[in-house]
Design a protein around this ligand. Structure first.
Ligand SMILES: NC(=O)c1ccc[n+]([C@@H]2O[C@H](COP(=O)([O-])OP(=O)(O)OC[C@H]3O[C@@H](n4cnc5c(N)ncnc54)[C@H](OP(=O)(O)O)[C@@H]3O)[C@@H](O)[C@H]2O)c1
Length: 300
């Protein structure tokens, strides 16, 4: 099959592109930087370099493909995060409509059935609704949970302050997942012919995990067995994100999303079962975080 992969240099897209190439499919790899796409090109992918907000670029990249993996990138410095996602989401849907791709997988998020009150997730709900308006396509809405990879962002603070801080309730056990397991589900959905219509697939990782427990596991692997998790009030978390260089609009949506988790408003729709439970454990993944922690500059 001939498959277009958006975000082909990112967490999920890079793994999906590599898996599809390894399985013998033709892959169109979309991103902005020729340099970052070079390894995939050497592996046989056809690079498409351009901006997601450019519907002409996307239509050209999608035209003639059997299937497309789509996502909305997270631009944490976007001045108006929601407006940027709307622009990019509209460009994607317009391009899919013009190019005639019949099989589309979209990377959404747990909780995307809710229209509002979920911060960052509400933008993914809006994109799901736009995609559903496309006539005659098979559409898979993948709704994973928080990525293990997010802990990479916490490492510099852990190095500098010796604590892991976020706004998530300390003992709230939430589903978390490795992006390799999302890539596995997406690759299979893109290449298989055994599903039709609009499908929603939640992906919950292997088990629910609290930030307290994740900090303990991480601490053991980075030589900080006493590493503690500190829950910040939402306003303080938002201030810290802005001080770290992220946009205010992103920070506010992030905090609203975390509050929705803390209040129990974001939950799996069907509970946990074999089909939405994925194999990679945090304990399997934590070695990657430990290696990144060792590679941090000594002054953080
Ligand atoms: N983090 C979580 O816990 C979580 C949970 C559930 C859902 N999600 C969703 O996952 C999505 C992000 O997926 P990901 O983590 O796989 O992606 P990612 O690692 O953030 O990478 C984004 C990809 O998009 C490309 N890109 C960024 N801006 C672009 C632009 N303007 N034009 C063209 N390409 C652009 C980047 O390539 P270049 O930079 O090389 O151009 C990169 O390949 C978001 O929608 C997020 O809401 C995240």
């Amino acid at each position: 099959m001939d498959i277009a992969v958006m975000g082909a240099t990112g967490h999920t897209g890079a793994k999906i592109a590599a898996a599809l190439l390894a399985a013998g499919h033709r892959v169109r790899a979309l991103a902005r930087s020729a340099g970052k796409l070079a390894a995939l090109e050497r592996a046989g992918a056809q690079p498409f370099i351009g901006d997601i907000a450019d519907a002409d670029f996307l239509a050209q990249a999608f035209r003639g493909a059997d299937a497309a993996y789509t996502l909305l990138p997270t631009d944490r410095r976007a001045i108006d995060y929601a407006a940027q996602q709307t622009r990019e989401g509209e460009a994607i849907v317009q391009a899919l409509g013009r190019s005639g791709v019949r099989r589309v997988v979209f990377l959404s998020c747990l909780g995307a059935e809710r229209e509002e009150g979920t911060g960052l997730i509400a933008g993914l709900h809006a994109q799901e609704e736009r995609l559903k308006q496309l006539a005659g396509i098979d559409l898979m809405l993948l709704r994973p949970v928080s990525f293990f990879e997010n802990f990479h962002d916490a490492l510099p603070v852990i190095r500098e302050l010796g604590v892991h801080a976020d706004a998530v309730a300390a003992q709230l056990a939430v589903p978390m997942i490795a992006t390799r397991d999302i890539a596995d589900a997406a690759s299979r959905a893109l290449a298989s012919q055994d599903w039709h219509g609009v499908q929603v697939r939640e992906l919950l990782g292997p088990r629910d995990l609290s930030h307290d427990e994740a900090a303990r596991i991480l601490g053991r692997h980075i030589g900080l067995p006493q590493l503690a998790y500190v829950q910040l009030p939402g306003a303080e978390m938002a201030r810290a994100l802005v001080q770290g260089g992220l946009s205010e609009s992103f920070a506010l949506l992030y905090v609203e999303m975390v509050q929705a988790f803390n209040d129990g408003r974001v939950q799996p729709r069907e509970g946990r079962h074999a089909d939405n439970t994925t194999p990679t454990r945090f304990e399997d993944f934590v070695g990657e975080l430990a290696a990144a922690y060792r590679d941090l500059p000594a002054n953080g």
